[in-house]
Design a protein around this ligand. Structure first.
Ligand code: ADP
Ligand code: MG
Length: 391
């Protein structure tokens, strides 16, 4: 008789939803734990445990009903993953998630693996309320810089620009004096991400690097495969694999890289690691339509202990993130994008996440554009942006 494989997912956002779609296609049963009713993943999952992420009873119920558990957001309490791991395999492990959750541990891990990072200085939450000493410890910091909270930041949240030393104290106050890293502002030429899957026994499948364009800290566009200076894409793929092996990682991992250096002298450009996500990544949504097997199916395969899938690309592609901003016109009046106009574009794939309320900056969905050449991708992109801007 066929044995149904069951997976549990901590978190009910769009990543859980797309994982559920992929896992169900492989005949798997999906249970989601999320406190919110009608969240994107709960709409499609086989079962929804509606509870807080640190609710022991709910965690035990999740562990009982599945063969393996994963997390769709990195800020899940590490203690919850440890509890789940006492009952069922958790992939990625609580240890790997704990490193990716903390910008300091993450950067220290990159350095230990021999991979360059932005220069950074530590600002520790003062035990006695006297933050002057912590600021003093950054006396050799370089400006302009960016102050980032060590934990819980995403999509540019938990970050403040610090143009000079004088503004550091105010910036830290704005972040509530939590543990932070002060990071030098780099002269970015372009940004890359590498998504990979690593299974039991170290089986490794790496997707080609993706090139990313951010607006105000949020991903706006991705090109796949990366277009600029292919030698850096190759380096990024090798470095991401090294990090996954170094962590003995199991699951889908994404590593973000910056290529930095002076605009007028490409010979001085070099690659540094920015951060990693212990899960499928927004940029990796491009694999849903441009690759043989998507990042979500890889995650399902790791959880079910199936062989990993083919990561090769069968198209040139571009991803457009659909933020809630697109649901409002210039006067702030609500109006949905022109779906019919978009879907008339050849090679366009629309993915919406089932979020009922559009808000500025909220990720509502994405578009993948696939074609047989970069020029055709660009033509489709031009058309799609025209429809989005007109509607
Ligand atoms: P998040 O967790 O919000 O994605 P990131 O550290 O990746 O945080 O920062 C978001 C974006 O901000 C990056 O993709 C990049 O465009 C920009 N950024 C972050 N750090 C730096 C830096 N040190 N110098 C220049 N730009 C940066
Ligand atoms: Mg990032």
């Amino acid at each position: 008789m066929h044995r149904t494989r069951s997976i549990g997912v901590m978190g009910g956002g769009q990543l859980g939803r797309m994982l559920a779609h992929a896992a169900q296609r492989l005949g798997m049963r999906v249970t989601v734990l999320d406190p919110q009713a009608d969240c994107p993943a709960a709409q499609v999952a086989d079962a929804h445990i509606r509870a807080a992420y640190d609710d022991d009873q709910a965690l035990d119920a999740l562990a009982r009903c599945c063969d393996a558990v994963t997390t769709e957001f990195e800020n899940v309490p590490a203690r919850s993953l440890v509890r789940l791991a006492q009952a069922k395999p958790v992939r990625p492990s609580a240890d790997a998630v704990a490193i990716a959750q903390d910008r300091l541990l993450e950067k220290q891990f990159f350095i230990k693996q021999g991979i360059a990072t932005a220069a950074f200085w530590q600002l520790d939450k003062p035990a006695d309320g006297s933050h002057g000493a912590s600021i003093e410890a950054c006396h050799d910091a370089r400006f302009p810089a960016i102050l980032k909270t060590r934990r819980l930041g995403y999509d540019g949240k938990g970050q403040i620009n610090v143009p000079n030393r004088e503004s550091l104290s105010k910036a830290w106050a704005e972040l509530g004096y939590v543990d932070c890293l002060l990071e030098e502002r780099l002269d970015l030429r372009f940004e890359l991400s590498v998504v990979l899957a690593r299974g039991q026994g170290g089986e490794l499948r790496v997707y080609q690097a993706i090139e990313n364009i951010h607006h105000q800290g949020i991903l706006a566009l991705s090109y796949f495969p990366a277009r600029s200076h292919p030698e850096f894409a190759k380096q990024a793929e090798v470095l991401a694999a090294k990090l996954a092996n170094g962590l003995d990682y199991q699951g889908v991992l994404c590593v973000e890289f910056f290529v930095v250096g002076p605009l007028d002298d490409p010979r001085q450009w070099h690659i540094i690691a920015n951060e990693m996500a212990p899960r499928p990544h927004n940029s990796g949504h491009i694999t849903m339509d441009a690759c043989a097997v998507s990042q979500f199916e890889q995650q399902a395969r790791v959880l079910a202990e199936f062989p990993l899938g083919d990561t090769s690309a069968h198209a040139y592609a571009c991803l457009i993130n659909l933020l809630g901003d697109r649901w409002f016109d210039r006067d702030g009046c609500y109006r949905e994008p022109d779906w019919a106009g978009l879907l008339a574009i050849e090679g366009l794939h629309l993915h919406l996440y089932g979020k009922h309320e559009a808000r500025v900056g909220r990720k509502m969905g994405h578009i993948n554009l696939c074609a047989t050449s970069e020029a055709l991708v660009d033509r489709a992109l031009e058309k799609a942006l025209k429809v989005l801007e007109r509607s």
